[in-house]
Ligand binder design. Structure first.
Ligand code: GDP
Ligand code: MN
Length: 330
């Protein structure tokens, strides 16, 4: 009993310390997940807790298009050291907007051949992440979110609070992996984006990062921040320019007639609406999402990392490299 008391005391002391820390941000981990992702989500939470959250106790918010099962809720609460809440989506944020012709979309998918080319739910997911997640009632109250997904790994200890870092350095968008999009999924995304920019020249930030996203012909080159990890000042997604940009894209139907991903949508918005100094490359966070990983340079010296910087050479991804070439590591 004494042992149990001291155990729960030290836990709640940690919790109180973290909650009272003056710098703590109004922030949370946010994941859209399926009930069937329970095992992968538990893996991710275990990693996050061990590497970061056991000391910081930021809450988790799980969202789903169908209600979470009791098994899922228990399974994630079991590993979280903080408050966990669960939400479902409304039909506006998960589904077709009225102006999209479903039959036309399905006819196009028949002939398409790329990852998720025939999937309706994948498209709902991309549209939700692009335009709705930050407006969900549970997320609405946050200033920052850290997006998480099932089956991700955090290779190293994270010994500081990335939310506080973002706030103190006026960062609006944080990323780890820069990657190149498969262009068959976004044939007209740049055309729509260009139209929006031409109609709203005042929205284009001074010192923006568009050079990173365009080729020599000034056309989108497919570079995007891999959005399965992103830490964002949500006032950016809730800003008039971002909301109007999303609406402009949504009206064109490209989330359905093509398969626009939230990663290129977020990344294009970030690169013309923000100044490059408001965008942060978290080059010190070791991270893996199925298929690709990134291991920091000095991972053999600090952070108790479990990755090999020679193997997880995220630095060699073209779009990470072009970012560093243009803007450096900060
Ligand atoms: P990928 O990372 O592009 O391969 O896509 P994922 O399959 O990992 O999906 C991205 C995120 O959205 C993951 O957290 C998934 O669990 C979630 N997700 C994808 N499709 C659905 C869906 O139909 N319903 C729910 N609730 N979540 C989904
Ligand atoms: Mn994923």
């Amino acid at each position: 009993r004494a042992f149990q008391n001291s155990l729960s005391d030290s836990r709640s002391n940690d919790f109180i310390k973290a909650s009272l820390a003056p710098k703590r941000k109004n922030a949370a981990f946010v994941a859209l997940v399926r009930n069937s992702d329970l095992k992968g989500m538990r893996d991710s939470i275990r990693q996050l807790e061990d590497r970061f959250n056991r000391k910081y106790h930021y809450p988790y918010i799980f969202l789903n298009d169908v209600p979470f099962t009791e098994e899922f809720k228990r399974g994630v609460q079991d590993l979280a050291s903080s408050n966990v809440t669960f939400g479902t989506l409304d039909s506006e944020s998960w589904g077709y907007p009225p102006w999209v012709d479903k039959q036309k979309a399905k006819d196009i998918w028949e002939k398409a051949d790329y990852m998720h080319s025939k999937s309706e739910s994948y498209r709902f997911m991309c549209r939700f992440q692009s335009g709705y997640v930050f407006r969900h009632p549970l997320v609405q109250q946050l200033d920052y979110y850290w997006r998480i997904e099932p089956d991700v790994k955090y290779f190293c200890d994270i010994d500081y609070d990335p939310f506080v870092f973002m706030a103190e350095n006026n960062k609006k968008y944080g990323w780890i992996i820069g990657f190149s999009e498969y262009m068959a999924t976004i044939p007209t995304l740049w055309k729509s984006t260009k139209e929006f920019i031409d109609k709203n020249p005042s929205y284009v930030a001074k010192d923006n990062a568009l050079a990173w996203a365009l080729n020599e012909e000034k056309v989108y080159n497919g570079c995007h921040f891999w959005s399965n990890f992103e830490i964002v000042d949500l006032s950016f997604y809730r800003s008039k320019p971002y909301l109007e940009y999303f609406e402009y894209l949504d009206k064109s139907g490209g989330f359905f007639y093509e398969r626009w991903g939230d990663a290129p949508v977020h990344s294009l918005a970030v690169s013309f609406l923000l100044s490059k100094d408001e965008i942060h490359y978290f080059s010190d966070i070791g991270y893996y999402h199925p298929a690709l990983g990134y291991c920091p340079d000095d991972s053999d010296k600090k952070g108790k990392c479990v990755c090999d910087p020679k193997k997880n050479t995220g630095k060699n991804f073209v779009c990470t490299k072009s970012w560093v070439d243009l803007f450096g590591k900060k």
